[in-house]
Design a binder for this molecule. Structure first.
Ligand SMILES: [Zn+2]
Length: 253
């Protein structure tokens, strides 16, 4: 049993590493692309006058984790398993509803990833770095190269249990290592277009201005639970979580 477990863990590592390489390639492409979609009008946070009532920047579902706000220790929350992945117990029903909604619209989905501990992220990081060094990089070179493709331990939103990687089954079959252009599939488009109805937002949008705010390249598969009220507001005003939390803070919330 122990042996089987380690094989599964290794497989996950390989998938993650592959995903990272894909993200890196994409990163390289970005400079040449004119962003075609969703570089819509930007609402500056100071123009937001109708922030949802009762919402505070310190609410559990608005927890902000990114490379500028890393966690120094593991978060404490009730964990449950849903569709074979672990998430914060408070979002289990939302994940199920999201997947059921997709199914009712004719799309099967795969929950690819949920909660990841800081320790696990450290293992992923160390593994990618070790591979780079095995291919001849110095320690410093490998550290830098790894940071370009893997979230540093503590700074991955997956530590919160509120983030999920979810894909249309057909999109995932074509791109098992997760790639931005999975959004060419109707299934993935459906997930992106309907996420807010279930309390999720596409966390890392495509527009260059948004990539600057989040610090992460476009990911058509990574969704973050923020609750229906917040999600709908963020979509309406075209806000990243960074911009939304900032607006709440500026409003004294
Ligand atoms: Zn993710």
């Amino acid at each position: 049993m122990k042996h089987k477990k380690s094989i599964v863990a290794l497989a996950v590592l390989v998938v993650l590493a592959a995903g990272s390489v894909a993200a890196y390639t994409l990163n390289g492409d970005h400079g040449n692309q004119t962003s075609s979609k969703s570089e819509k009008s930007q609402s500056s946070s100071s123009s937001l006058k109708d922030l949802p009532k009762g919402v505070k920047s310190t609410d559990w579902d608005l927890t902000l984790v990114n490379k500028w706000h890393p966690l120094s220790s593991e978060m404490n929350f009730d964990k449950v398993s849903v569709s074979g992945k672990v998430v914060d117990a408070r979002i289990k029903q939302a994940v199920l509803d999201f997947q059921n909604g997709a199914r009712a619209a004719g799309y099967q989905t795969v929950l690819v990833s949920g909660y990841r501990s800081i320790q696990y992220q450290q293992e992923v990081f160390d593994n990618v770095k070790k591979n780079d060094m095995a291919e001849g990089m110095t320690d410093a070179q490998a550290e830098k190269a790894t940071k370009a493709v893997v979230q540093e331990p503590g700074s991955s939103e997956h530590h919160t249990g509120l983030a999920i990687d979810i894909a249309g089954s057909d999109a995932f079959e074509k791109y098992p290592s997760l790639e931005a252009n999975m959004d060419t599939f109707d299934s993935q488009k459906w997930l992106i277009d309907h996420a807010a109805d279930y309390g999720f937002v596409l966390r890392y949008p495509e527009a260059k201005s948004k990539i600057k705010e989040t610090g992460i390249d476009y990911e058509s598969w990574h969704f973050r639970y923020v609750g229906v009220k917040n999600a709908k507001y963020m979509v309406k005003h075209n806000l990243t979580l960074e911009a939304y939390v900032k607006a709440l803070k500026e409003a004294g919330r």
